[in-house]
Design a protein around this ligand. Structure first.
Ligand code: FEO
Ligand code: CA
Ligand code: CA
Ligand code: CA
Length: 679
């Protein structure tokens, strides 16, 4: 199998899928180092819900058939109608090549890769013969993070029957994309139209969708909102790195623009109604054949060959040559040595303004952004968002804006100025946000002390400016003394309490010889199945620089326990075993959805989605995906009655039995009785 066909997790030669569960009674009984949990925050619920959700999310028929938990008091207004949190029967693990949902629910594939979306709406051709130009007008491949924007959101509405479904297309399956997979010319170049198609299958889709009176969802054909953003779309560089010489290229000698966004994994809707797409494993798209590489490439693993060899397109056009970041000419404004420095950001897209140019928000740092999650915005207070860097032993970051948020004037400018922090999880259950700012005395002192030493593999000779700090965010975080984590993926903020949750998907190297030892927040040696961590900011103020944390749950096989103060607060069983948590989302009723991207071997079988009650830690499997896929990206309409879930890199012929190729697709999940999903 070609490297390109593998899940990014498997690109790493050290990644070891879990293969042996031969009847040994595994239980990971790990004592979560923690302080006493704060109990439920009082009176914060109203503030935590945006107007978008409002009371519309509350289903009047809360008396479900699930557990009633007498001790589970719900505070605050609007959500107190009831607390049957997981009102469905758990589904079993599955290795079937189809989606499994609970009894009483229906799952329907929607907007698969290749769906005609814009321009002349080119039909999808099931034999792979669509051209690059066709793909530029069709839904991209490998659906990932996704959000539903109610069509009337800008006017303060919360439509649950019409909206803009915006989703990322993380990477591609070349075997499915082309008639006979990727090809190479005799001289090692690649046919340009294959490259064009591959670039176009990446990026973001904005899809205007509408529900008919009969309840069926469909695309709005011809809508001006329908849009493709690809690996070649012109974008602006915004924030501190705009104009920085290390981002200057032949395309933009002033370092103000670049082309494309790539490997868009998760995302985050902003409080002002735009969409931030993350650039995760962007390093793999570039090639540098120079004898030595600059640290801003080394710390990300840019290699001598690129994942798809786009720089070898046989047209030798500038738009493809740029993926070769070797030094070619006398100065940076004549070649693409800095092209990779224009990647690694969160990219803001305004789905309601189709002609808007995407904006790379550099103040949020440059790393392998998995996604971003905003704390609820409060009038007159800074905007705060969190972002994980998904690689082994990388970090969790937080951005706090310099300017306060006011709903009437809020916009992307709020993300251009502020402080980027990185998390340190202390052994005693406390934590600190460490500012990556040369204006901070402690950070500046650590930078000075590190000068002339090796930081990891990098001979550190200082930062020439705060711009240099941001360009080298990972290196700055190393120097700051952040806690290395077990691959931070998605984050989510509990709308009821303000607690922040993050998935730590796995890290099979944790504690091995030559790698970082376990720490309290990442306490499992050779962590193959991952865990979910959570924290509460000091004073429940998201801009605070201190927090208290605990581990919400350890993933694993039947019998895996999460132990707090000597008591097993979760023991996984057939109804909820899972591994490698990745996608994470709080629905508008405060239910936590957990999606997996793990090895699909026994006992877990296909990847899945579970629902959790954040307070009781009751966890229950809701959804199992088809063979080979990961389940990633979830959102509902504001009324909670339509759920959208993405299926990435399926195999075989899912979802269409009469086609020969797998097609990434969204799955629409509804209840047959029309009520709120999950209740
Ligand atoms: Fe794209 Fe970290 O998953
Ligand atoms: Ca993925
Ligand atoms: Ca992911
Ligand atoms: Ca993953």
């Amino acid at each position: 199998m070609a490297k390109q066909d593998l899940d990014p997790n498997y690109l790493d030669p050290d990644y070891e899928p879990v293969v042996n569960h031969s009847g040994n009674t595994t239980f990971t009984s790990v004592l979560a180092s923690r302080l006493k949990r704060r109990t439920v925050m009082k009176g914060t619920v109203g503030a935590a819900l945006t107007s978008l959700m409002g009371a519309a999310a509350i289903d009047g028929n809360f008396k479900g058939n699930g557990h009633a938990r007498g001790h589970d008091k719900i505070h605050g207004k609007g959500l107190a109608k009831g607390h049957t949190r997981l009102g469905f029967k758990a589904v079993a693990v599955s290795d079937a090549n189809r989606v499994v949902v609970p009894e009483g629910y229906t799952a329907q594939p929607f907007v698969p890769w290749g769906t005609p979306l814009t321009g002349d709406y080119p039909d999808y051709r099931p034999d792979g013969t669509n051209t690059g130009a066709d793909q530029e007008n069709q839904v991209g491949m490998h659906h990932d993070g996704m959000h539903f924007f109610p069509i009337d959101q800008k006017a303060g509405g919360s439509s649950s029957t019409e909206g803009l479904l915006v989703m990322n297309h993380e990477y591609i399956n070349q075997s499915a994309l082309h008639p006979s997979g990727a090809t190479t010319n005799g001289d090692g170049t690649r046919p340009v139209d294959e490259v064009r198609k591959e670039v176009a299958a990446h990026g973001v889709s904005v899809i205007h969708i509408k529900q008919s009176g009969g309840g069926e969802w469909d695309m709005v054909h011809g809508s001006p909102f329908n849009r493709r953003i690809t690996g070649g779309t012109p974008m602006d560089i915004r924030g501190p790195l705009r104009g920085y010489e290390k981002l200057a290229t032949k395309y933009s000698p002033t370092a103000t623009e670049t082309r494309g966004t790539l490997n868009n994994c998760a995302m985050g809707p902003t409080p002002w109604g735009t969409y931030l797409a993350a650039e995760e494993n962007w390093h793999g798209y570039f090639a540098n054949s120079d004898a030595t590489q600059p640290r801003e490439q080394v710390r990300h693993g840019v290699g001598s060959a690129s994942r798809y060899d786009w720089e070898l397109a046989d047209s030798a056009e500038d738009q493809y040559l740029r993926f070769d970041v070797s030094v070619k000419e006398a100065s940076a404004d004549l070649d693409y040595r800095n092209e990779a420095n224009t990647y690694g950001f969160m990219v803001e897209i305004d789905p309601f303004t189709p002609e808007s140019k995407p904006q790379k928000r550099t103040a949020l740092g440059r790393f392998g952004h998995e996604g971003v999650i905003f704390a609820p915005a409060k009038e007159g207070e800074p905007v705060v968002c969190y972002s994980g860097d998904d690689s082994r032993f990388e970090y969790i970051y937080k951005f706090v804006s310099a300017q306060p948020y006011y709903a009437a004037t809020a916009g992307g400018y709020l993300l251009d100025e502020g402080t980027l922090y990185v998390a340190r999880f202390n052994e005693d259950g406390t934590g600190d946000w460490l500012p990556l700012s040369l204006d901070d005395e402690n950070f500046a002192a650590r930078v000075a002390a590190a000068e002339g030493t090796n930081v990891g593999d990098i001979a550190f000779d200082g930062f020439d400016s705060q711009q240099d700090v941001l360009l080298n965010t990972r290196l700055a975080a190393d120097i700051a003394g952040a806690t290395t984590m077990d691959r931070p993926e998605w984050g989510a903020v509990d709308p009821r309490t303000g607690e922040v949750y993050f998935t730590l998907t796995n890290n099979s190297n944790r504690g091995k010889d030559g790698y970082d030892d376990v720490n309290a927040a990442n306490p499992v040696v050779e962590n193959r199945t991952g865990h979910i961590i959570r924290w509460m900011e000091a004073g429940n103020d998201h801009a605070a620089t201190a927090f208290e944390w605990d581990i919400f749950v350890f993933a694993g096989e039947q019998g895996t326990e999460t132990v707090v103060d000597g008591e097993a607060v979760v023991t996984l069983d057939d109804s909820n075993i899972f591994n490698s948590p990745d996608g994470l989302w709080f629905d508008y009723n405060g239910r936590l959805w957990i999606q997996t991207d793990g090895s699909w071997s026994a006992p877990y079988l296909n990847n899945m989605m579970l629902a959790a009650d954040p307070r009781t830690r009751d966890i229950r499997r809701f959804f199992v995906g088809p063979v080979g896929c990961e389940v990633t990206g979830v959102v509902t309409t504001p009324d909670g009655k339509t759920m959208f879930v993405n299926i990435q890199h399926p195999r075989g012929n899912w979802p269409n039995a009469d086609e020969s190729r797998p097609r990434d697709a969204t799955v629409i999940v509804t209840r047959d009785d029309g009520r709120v999903v999950g209740v």
